[in-house]
Design a protein around this ligand. Structure first.
Ligand code: URA
Length: 435
């Protein structure tokens, strides 16, 4: 086979075969196909698209390019959850222990991530001693013993996707639905779960800015997952304002703990319960979402969800006292309120830019080498639709550097809009799509 023929075929709008896709991914991983030829193909895909079969073959080829986790030793239906990412998204930290406490085995691989805060792993590492450096054996043993483990993504998980994504990132070919869906699903399928619940975010703080795009991405991922024999559900949720109130690593851990104990913000609690309900139904622990929700709420109230979290933290080297007494989590030295200069209803929050406030404070990574400050971030006090008087507190900043705190304050104020007219509160869940 020749790469030039494959590029020409896609450029002319023809369909690629499984053999061509397998060959191309294989050769690309061996560095036998140069980046300039793969870039040309990605641009051809960007304009011509791929059909369901091509998207599926590409996903499977990338999945098969590296390690595939074998979770078969763990009894029960293993259910994973994936979020397309957003501001204040600490869902896995609360959801994992909660569903595990109801009997769904949670064997989760998570990432660090570039951006406004760290990824799930960075957040969990704000608990003293906590590690996600587990071997596959330790990971499986822990899920068998306590029902939950979260480990860092192994280097060899879908390496073809890693190489291709880095190329797409610098050739303006990320933004193509089939390429995004196959990229995400190759890693999810390699992580070995039997069922996957997707949280596809939409809004100004999300990858997919409008609802139709988010629904299309969800459908593409559902299609791939079900073709691969997985049980799939997608929830489309709102990212037109941060999720919950906390943004920042240790602050988000604290909010996840509050939520596990039934004292979390309304929107975050609702999302955790919704995703958790579908995970319990997928895991055949509950017959329907109503029963599932009752079970989840019960486990929040009677303390079993929190105790599962404590057991999980201890099993991964974290100090129990840090999560039983959250005042021991890393704390910032400067805590200041951001006050409004006007009165009115909050009509718009530029969520991505609000996330940047945390990055300014040092809570995220600008490059892979950046060191995260776990203590810094923000606690949002007012969201879209809330009324504020002049001088009222919009958010509380937690920082360790006076200049950065001032910069973050100004950044926050310049990305919020107020209106004299009453504004509706944001809807949290837009859609639920089943495969
Ligand atoms: N996230 C991924 O993992 N892949 C993409 O292509 C886009 C977002």
């Amino acid at each position: 086979m020749r790469m030039t023929d494959i590029i020409k075929k896609k450029r002319d709008g023809e369909k690629l075969s499984k053999e061509e896709i397998d060959w191309m991914i294989n050769e690309y991983c061996k560095d036998e196909i140069p980046d300039y030829q793969m870039s040309a193909l990605m641009m051809a895909v960007f304009y011509q698209g791929m059909d369901k079969d091509e998207t599926f073959y590409l996903t499977m080829a990338m999945k098969d390019s590296g390690d595939i986790l074998d979770l078969s030793q763990i009894p029960g239906i293993k259910v994973d959850k994936h979020s397309t990412g957003g501001v204040g998204d600490k869902t896995s930290i609360a959801l994992g222990p909660l569903v595990a406490s109801c009997g769904v085995p949670v064997a989760k691989m998570s990432g660090r991530g570039l951006g406004h805060t760290g990824g799930t792993i960075d957040k969990l590492e704000s608990i003293h001693g906590f590690t996600t450096n587990l071997t596959e054996e330790q990971f499986i043993k822990q899920v068998k013993e306590i029902g939950i483990a979260i480990m860092g993504q192994t280097k060899d998980l879908a390496p073809a996707d890693k190489k291709l994504y880095a190329l797409r990132d610098v050739t303006e070919t990320v933004d193509q639905l089939s390429l995004i869906a196959s990229s995400i699903m190759s890693k999810k399928l390699a992580a070995g779960a039997d069922g996957i619940v997707l949280d596809v975010k939409t809004g100004n703080g999300a990858f997919m800015q409008n609802l139709a795009d988010a629904q299309n991405l969800a459908r593409e991922m559902l299609q791939i997952g079900s073709q691969a024999g997985k049980s799939m559900t997608a929830v489309i949720s709102n990212m037109n304002q941060p999720l919950g109130n906390a943004i920042g690593n240790a602050l988000e851990v604290k909010e996840a703990i509050d939520t596990l104990q039934g004292n979390g913000p309304k929107d975050f609690t609702e999302l955790v319960l919704t995703l958790g309900s579908y995970m319990l139904v997928t895991g055949k622990i509950a017959e329907n979402e109503i029963d599932a929700r009752k079970m989840l709420e019960y486990h929040m109230k009677d303390g079993t969800a929190f105790e599962k979290f404590v057991a999980f933290v201890k099993a991964q080297g974290g100090e129990e006292s840090y999560v039983r007494d959250v005042t021991k989590l890393p704390k910032a030295t400067i805590i200041e309120e951001i006050e409004t200069k006007e009165r009115g209803y909050i009509s718009f929050m530029d969520t991505a830019e609000i996330g940047i406030c945390s990055l300014i404070l040092g809570g995220g990574r600008e490059t892979k080498e950046s060191i995260i400050d776990p203590a810094v971030g923000l606690i949002i006090k007012k969201k879209v639709g809330d009324f504020v008087e002049k001088g009222e507190c919009l958010a509380v900043i937690h920082g360790n550097d006076k200049e950065k705190v001032q910069q973050a304050k100004e950044h926050y104020l310049s990305h919020i809009k107020l209106s004299n007219e009453k504004i509706e509160k944001e809807t949290l869940i837009f859609d639920v799509i089943h495969a």
